[in-house]
Design a protein. Sequence first.
Length: 425
Amino acid sequence: ILNEARWNFLFEAASHYDLPEQPKAYIHIGAPKTGSTSIQDTMAMDMGFLKQDKYFLAMHGQIAKEAGEYIIDNMLVKCDQLGACVWSEEQRQMVVQGSGDKNAGLCPDYLPRTFNAFLSKAIAAKSNIVISNEWLNRPTSESGLVDILDGWDPIVVIYYRRFFDWMISAHYQWHFDISMGTVELLKGKVRLIDFMRMFCGRLFASNVRHSADDSDLSFVDLTDTQEYTYHAWKRYRKVPQFENNVKIVNFHDGHIIKSFYCDVLSAERACELETYRLESKESVVKTRSKKSTTYVDLAIGVYGKQSVAHAGGHNHDHDHDHDEPIPMTMEMLHAMGDRFQERMAAKGFVEDDLPQECLTKSEEALLLNVSLAYEKILLPETYASGGEDATRGHFFSSLASGKFCSVDLEGVMGDPRWAFLFEDA
């Protein structure tokens, strides 16, 4: 029929028929440390404006006002564990093992049902949806989302932060999430430079002078930071439904919420509201001051070195009874760090007086070049129109201020000048 001209009359009307446009599902997956919480809290506050703009919201961190309440007007609440509903079983187990929380990989019984009800309400209201949840940054989320968003036109939104800057912020968060198990496993090496060497180990060991000007930028795959923007972007693009539907937003533009409302969603009323707030300096985005980790790094490092020394010199003679040592806890290590800080202050010293260990020149060069390559891949127009220079300037400013240095454990423990820190330790 298709190949014979005499049947063409059957298809004449088809040329005048347009398929109905699918509603859009904007899936904001972070990356972590790019302002996701501010975006989520602001959208919750602006849910009425976004409803007028024809958006329904499903966001991490939103709680119900009453028990059993899951959909409040145009917002789905208590949906933090949506990731667990779309991950593979292997990924669920990895999350459980990594967090130590057996419930972290569980999809709540109510969530699939309430999520479907949320989608139905959005369709009935002829609205698009926004899902904002950093757990969807985890591997296998991309394939699971395809299943639960059948019939929707998905657009994945990932914020980009310069890699070296992101690593500093990611370390800070990781530092306060680590457990004693991690401390023991890493033998106390939890400083920023340890963190960078752990997750950039293959890059730093490559012994090749990689550059963002290389024709082959495959060295960008030598970092093991799966939550970083590039790696999430690469995973999502492998799924046909997302291949041409991943939008990268520049964290460094300075207006993360306005970018989301105006450039991503084209939400007219919400865009006008956030523009007004910025102009009147009433925008709700706040940056939190960060307490230095130096003294806790020192406490953990000292503990790690002592543990290794004790393990190496362990006496297997059980003829004599010995009191069992009190198990160390993270709270005890933080308290030890506070004592170090107090003793430094009592002697008139400040943190910067401590000897430092920094990344090597080779490591610094590779960190800069992989950061440049990530921007060149993810934001090519930005990179070509001043982004490269801005990234270099930001990097060398961070370098000059010692951002890629940590306390030198050997330098502190091996110098009698600092012996007062360890008295009665």
